[in-house]
Design a protein around this ligand. Structure first.
Ligand code: ARG
Ligand code: ZN
Length: 873
């Protein structure tokens, strides 16, 4: 059944204090909960207390120490109802038994490689004890854990350690207290035999915080980068947002079975180990950057998420969008702002735009859901961050900070809403954000169209702008949005042009704010026809259409002062060529030559950094070309066209590329800093271009780099380049990689990924064989996502093969995994979101596979929900 935002109501009772007692044994865990319950002032006598519960085995129920008669409560599949609770403060005591050993959903209390750990967001706490499992119930928590000393010498929970000792018979205990009231989704505990590294951080006001990262014994050495990232995050949040840490302890635990990246539990963050472990021989630069980013993200949640949390799950992007924005800013400050922006735009376009333009489209703040787990999406996270970024653009850095300060001041300790968030920015800046709010309510990616014209006689230059958002499921009619459009006018000599007067729209310095469906802006005092650079820094998440010519774009690629603008211009030239070729308009050789020269200039430009060049010397991905075509898409044809365009553009640069490749080689020991990583990124990008344009000896060069690499970045790059092109050397390299790193599951994931991304027709059979191997770890989310997630999301040509074999294979896989881990199953299924854009044969094959899955019988709510939306008319 569907839950609606409009039905939100506070619960008639609140739980203000929680005292939990865990008795953890080898094959089951007993949980005793003492909940201090209070009716609200307006609660009528006789109103039942309805607590959530899921897969709990109830032992006993008592109120203020007196056991309840059978008739006084009802326990069923959804929870526990106290039929007629006292209309005063009372303590409800329950005892339940859990089986963490058999919990393959990885929600609630479960075991990962023997370690007991928890995941409660969004609705996992109800799998631990009966509770008001909703984010607007804030309570203080005291946790006592008793466990066998040999199996679990380490006992951790939220907050501060207030007691520990021996409990006899080989057991020991620890008591943790968290003084900050919190919703249950931030609860966590960990019990296990773990190693750790420790460190400390002193906050601006002088609080000394003990830091620790816990992991499997023997992996401590791989935790130092995460620790370094944590300390930099703590310092950054003080400096940039004035936010200090608020407890004496901050712990992170790395576990190997985890449904997503990481979790911001108060004082006890739990991480997927792939986002903690890094050493040069086994982690790539991308891994290092990801670890830094996610460590920062979870840490930043302490203020945006924990101290100020969400009233209900519809408000998820209140904490997620804002925290992603904060982690993006952190990375921008720590590394290159321009490079970070471009990579985020790539992510947004490849993950969020397809969602927003397909059957799973939903607003950043949804107003209904059947299964909240299906709303941890690129729209809530990445589009959510874009919305906050637009707010910062509209208000300016100081105005944005004023709003944030007021947000922390006013809402600390509360569970709140998007409305409250916007209200502080409006108040602190004395502006009206009513129309801006539509960004949170309306799904779909707007199309912004801009055409320019120049009148030499009157020296006026005009931009005509218009916006349109197409209907999305459930939202047939769309409103105009507030679009902040950063821009500049560039004169014929490549330098910025000013104007004497502007009329017809809202223009402040380098920003146009479009609020209406259309506008016509006239600039006076323009001596020559300029080329406009529009949407600098990608200042709004829209699809931009312009009347710029290919040569205007090549001009921008050379002269735009905004690095994003240069990168985008090159992408636009290539996209138009690829779309043309894939839909029957052969490319003009002159444009291809122009693009080729622009790429050569970019490579040679001494003022651009390596990381930027690595991004620029690339063609748009196949999925992006597919979306630019929009309908009747044939991914195999796009694949072929993109390969041909790579050859046409980069083939002529073969010599330059080879020279640059050689010059970029380094004998220095590996260091993960941005500059060194940029150098490797560029060198590996060049290797990809050499292989992609079938330069003589290129595939052997990749094999050589693979064999001689002194770090995983270079080794993995060579492997994946060879693997996706499926060069003659690829099978041997893959076999070598597999045996070289057998003992490391995270490196095994890289092997799985390369295996799934091969572009040859044999790939599906190889994937089937890998999955069918008796020792394949079928319940580990990282393994499954590495193999299946990469295949459906990043190998469009093979996933959508016209015989439908891959569709059927994936839906069979989804049905199987769904019986163990519905979240992983539902996530893999979202790979079908592009199905309606495909050409008829593939579209029909996808429809048949999806319908068969639907008819096949019992699916989890997670998977059934995704499937129903996928198939809705
Ligand atoms: N709050 C976590 C984060 O930092 C993610 C939790 C994801 N939960 C889920 N059910 N998908 O983003
Ligand atoms: Zn988050």
């Amino acid at each position: 059944h569907t839950i609606y935002l409009k039905d939100y109501a506070p619960s008639p009772y609140k739980i203000t204090a929680v005292d939990l007692d865990f008795r953890i044994l080898a094959d089951h865990t007993r949980v005793r909960a003492q909940l201090t319950v209070e009716p609200r002032a307006e609660t009528a006598p006789g109103t039942p207390l309805v607590l959530d519960g899921d897969e709990l085995k109830l032992g006993s129920v008592a109120i203020d120490g007196a056991p309840l008669a059978l008739a006084a409560y009802v326990a069923d599949d959804n929870g526990l109802t106290i039929v007629e609770p006292p209309l005063r403060r009372f303590v409800l005591e329950t005892e339940v038994t859990l089986k963490p050993e058999g919990n393959l959903k990885l929600m609630g209390l479960y075991r990962s490689s023997g370690t007991w750990c928890t995941q409660c967001e969004p609705e996992g706490f109800r799998r631990i004890t009966y509770y008001l499992d909703r984010p607007d119930n804030l309570a203080t928590f005291k946790v006592t854990m008793t466990a066998p000393h040999d199996l679990a010498p380490v006992l951790l929970a939220n907050g501060n350690l207030v007691g520990q000792g021996d409990a006899g018979e080989g057991m020991h205990f620890a008591v943790w207290e968290d003084p900050y009231p919190k919703p249950a989704y931030l609860f966590a505990l960990v019990a296990g035999d773990l190693g750790s590294i420790t460190n400390s951080f002193t906050t601006a006001s002088g609080r000394k915080v003990d830091l620790a990262i816990y992991c499997e014994h023997g992996k401590e050495d791989q935790c130092h980068w995460a620790m370094d990232s944590l300390k930099r995050s703590m310092a950054w949040d003080e400096k940039r947002f004035g936010r200090e840490y608020d407890l004496d302890i901050f712990n992170i635990v790395a576990v190997s079975d985890f449904n997503f990246g990481a979790m911001e539990n108060k004082g006890l963050n739990i991480f997927n180990d792939k986002l903690v472990f890094a050493q040069p021989a086994t982690a790539t630069d991308a891994d290092y950057e990801n670890i830094e980013r996610v460590i920062a993200h979870e840490y930043f949640h302490n203020w945006t998420g924990n101290r100020i949390t969400c009233r209900d799950w519809f408000q998820l992007c209140l904490k997620e969008g804002l925290t992603v924005y904060r982690d993006q800013e952190f990375t921008s400050d720590e590394r290159s702002r321009a490079v970070k922006r471009i990579s985020d735009v790539v992510t947004l376009r490849s993950a969020q735009f397809p969602e927003d333009g397909g059957p799973l489209a939903h607003p950043a703040r949804p107003d209904q859901y059947r299964e909240i787990n299906n709303f941890y999406t690129p729209t809530v996270y990445e589009k959510g961050a874009e919305i906050v970024r637009m707010l910062a653009t509209l208000l300016g850095e100081a105005g944005f900070r004023r709003g944030m300060d007021l947000y922390f001041e006013r809402h600390d300790g509360e569970a709140t809403t998007i409305e409250a968030f916007l209200a502080v920015f409006a108040e602190a800046n004395d502006v009206d954000l009513e129309q801006f709010k539509t960004w949170y309510l309306q799904a779909g990616t707007p199309r912004l169209s801009v055409t320019d014209s120049y009148d030499a006689a009157s020296q006026t230059y005009t931009l005509k702008l218009s916006q349109e958002t197409l209907p999305t499921p459930g939202q047939p009619v769309k409103q105009a949005l507030v679009l902040p459009i950063k821009f500049g006018l560039i004169g014929p000599n490549g330098s910025p042009m000013g104007w004497s007067e502007v009329s017809g729209g809202e223009v402040r310095d380098d920003l146009i704010v479009l609020r209406d469906a259309s506008a016509e802006i006239t600039f006076k005092g323009i001596a020559n026809k300029p080329v406009p650079s529009l949407l600098r820094e990608f200042s709004a998440p829209v699809n931009l259409d312009t009347n710029l010519t290919q040569s205007d774009r090549l001009f921008l690629a050379q002269h735009d002062s905004d690095p994003y603008g240069r990168w985008q211009a090159l992408q636009d030239v290539a996209t138009e060529l690829a779309v043309g070729a894939a839909t029957g308009t052969p490319w003009p050789d002159a444009t291809v030559e122009g693009l080729s020269r622009a790429m050569a200039d970019t490579l040679a430009n001494k003022n651009l950094d390596d990381a930027f060049k690595a991004l620029a010397l690339n063609l748009p991905g196949e999925a992006l070309i597919g979306r630019a075509i929009g309908k009747n898409v044939d991914p195999a044809r796009i694949h072929a066209v993109r390969d041909a365009l790579t050859k046409a553009v980069f083939g002529p640069l073969g010599r330059d590329l080879l020279v640059a490749y050689t010059n970029l080689s380094s004998t220095l020991p590996y260091a993960p800093d941005a500059a060194s990583a940029g150098r490797r990124a560029l060198r590996n990008r060049i290797l990809a271009l050499l292989v992609g344009s079938e330069a003589a000896g290129a595939s052997a060069l990749a094999a050589k780099q693979y064999a001689e690499a002194s770090n995983m970045t270079d080794r993995y790059a060579a492997l994946s380049i060879s693997g996706s092109a499926w060069t003659v050397e690829a099978p041997t390299m893959l076999a070598d990689f597999r045996t070289r790193f057998t003992a490391n599951p995270l490196v095994f994931d890289k092997w799985l990924m390369v295996s799934a991304l091969a572009q040859d027709e044999g790939v599906l059979d190889r994937i089937k064989a890998i999955l069918a191997a008796p020792d394949f770890p079928k319940s580990n989310p990282n393994r499954l996502r590495a193999l299946l997630g990469s295949f459906v999301m990043s190998n469009p040509a093979q996933f959508t093969r016209p015989d439908g074999a891959a569709f059927r294979f994936v839906t069979d896989f989804v049905a199987d995994v769904d019986t163990r881990n519905p979240q992983v199953a539902a996530r893999v299924l979202t790979g079908f979101r592009i199905w309606q854009m495909l050409e008829p044969k593939r579209r029909e094959a996808a429809r048949v596979a999806l319908s068969a899955l639907q008819e096949g019988g019992k699916l989890s709510r997670n998977t059934a929900d995704v499937l129903a939306r996928m198939l809705a008319e």
